[in-house]
Design a protein around this ligand. Structure first.
Ligand code: TXA
Ligand code: MG
Length: 316
């Protein structure tokens, strides 16, 4: 049986309720289908990564339906607001400074102090976000490394029953992902070419836009723009409790307990949901000058967790 639901006021309500309760809903946007979860529910966001089989935690775009939702999440300066008023709803995503530093948003933002926000130009997406009453985090609704989905059937073929509901809104009219524009620097930088042309943005801004030659979809590629979260304190990983030094704050996993435990039951999805928030807590405490983390199994979401903590522990 498929979990594809034709759009109707009833299925829309059901989808909004699913989002609110922490479920996953694939929904149409004008660019590609998104795999959505409530941005404030880290467990639900962790489930997005699990469903996609993503080997790393890329930060996700928060989808909003009203400009008020932007100021709830991020610092919006006059340039950002002018662009938003002109191009939203539309295939344009902004990188902006985070205003909401709640740890609930840490996984969506991959621990960064910046975040991406966009208002999609699709009536079903907008109604879903408004009815759910929360911004919706959504990468493209396909398994990692496969082609982006532009129909409900593509989503089903790629993710099947890993999502609670697929809302069918027909084929996406743009068909490529949104253009990503970094507005955290004086001169805007295009991080990803997408559904809105660079020239159109330049005409509106009256100035040139820089182009990043890193690929934000490949965070390990050299020259990438994406700054990775690195804790202020030195961090060692793969440390068993008996190897921990007395001056290290220990983040445990499963039976290897510490000041914090990513998941006492050894559940990697729960561990992913806690990861960034715990790293922030570990560096905010003042009793220990260093951090150590228990070994995390290299399976399922463990790959993404290990990818992140490897980067976070790296010292040049
Ligand atoms: O059209 C789209 O944008 C689609 C639909 C569903 O809205 N979504 C989409 O999401 O393409 P995703 O997760 O595949 O791409 C988001 C991109 C990633 O390359 C990520 O690295 C980048 O945005 N990104 C997210 N937050 C960022 C940040 N704070 N700084 C820099 N890049 C960021
Ligand atoms: Mg994608």
């Amino acid at each position: 049986m498929t979990n594809i639901f034709a759009y109707s006021p009833t299925t829309l309500k059901q989808a909004a309720e699913t989002i609110r309760q922490g479920g996953l809903v694939a929904f149409p946007t004008e660019t590609v289908y998104g795999l959505g979860a409530n941005v404030y529910n880290s467990q639900a966001v962790a489930n997005i990564f699990a469903a996609k089989g993503r080997p790393s935690f890329n930060p996700l775009i928060s989808h909003i339906a009203e400009l008020d939702m932007l100021s709830e999440l991020a610092e919006a300066d006059s340039r950002t607001l002018a662009l938003a008023k002109h191009f939203w709803p539309g295939p344009l995503t902004f990188v902006v400074k985070r205003k909401n530093l709640s740890s609930a948003l840490d996984l969506v933002c991959a621990g960064l102090r910046t975040m991406t926000v966009r208002m999609p130009d699709h009536p079903i997406a907008l109604e879903l976000i408004k009815t759910a009453g929360v911004p919706i985090a959504a990468p493209s609704a396909n398994r990692s490394q496969s082609i982006s989905p532009t129909t409900a059937r593509h989503v089903f073929e790629s993710l099947g029953n890993k999502v609670d509901m697929i809302l069918d809104g027909g084929a996406c009219k743009v068909g490529v992902e949104s253009t990503i524009l970094d507005l955290t620097t004086p001169q805007a930088v295009m991080l990803r070419a997408g559904g809105l042309a660079k020239e159109t943005l330049e005409d509106f801004l009256g100035e040139k836009i820089l182009v990043s030659h890193g690929n934000p979809d490949l965070p390990s590629s050299p020259g990438q723009m994406l700054k990775h979260y690195a804790p202020r304190l030195p961090m060692r990983i793969n440390i068993r409790p008996e190897e921990k030094k007395p001056d290290e704050f220990y983040i445990g996993f499963g039976a290897m307990d510490g000041q914090l435990n990513l998941s006492k039951s050894g559940d990697l999805t729960e561990a992913a949901a806690n990861l960034f928030a715990f790293m922030h807590l570990a560096e905010a405490q003042s009793e220990y000058p260093a951090i150590a983390m228990a070994p995390i199994p290299e399976t399922g979401l463990g790959l993404a967790i290990n990818d992140r903590i490897r980067r976070a522990s790296y010292r040049s």
